[in-house]
Design a protein around this ligand. Sequence first.
Ligand SMILES: [Zn+2]
Length: 109
Amino acid sequence: MKLMLNTIYTKFKEICFLCGNSYKTDTVKIDVYDDDGNNLGSMCYQCFDAKKDGVKKRMGNYALYLRKKSEWLETQAKKDFDFPSKKDYIATGLEEIDVMENEIPPVIA
Ligand SMILES: [Zn+2]
């Protein structure tokens, strides 16, 4: 893993790739790269302030959270559940859903 500081000119909301924290970028964004140079996302300022040992702990906590979420999702995906129909959705009076193609998060080897 490599971290690089990049100057940015537009502030926006990000999700920290390392800890899952939602944060707003400042003028310096800390990007996270894998060993092949692929940009995986960014590191939040709380992780930056936590320094190397602190960020390792935050990464470990987030990994545990993701593992539990993954197990829950796998269990739920095998069960049946009620799903709202498009007819019910339209009956709410809201406009039709604008479905965007979701990017599947990268899987780290
Ligand atoms: Zn973070």
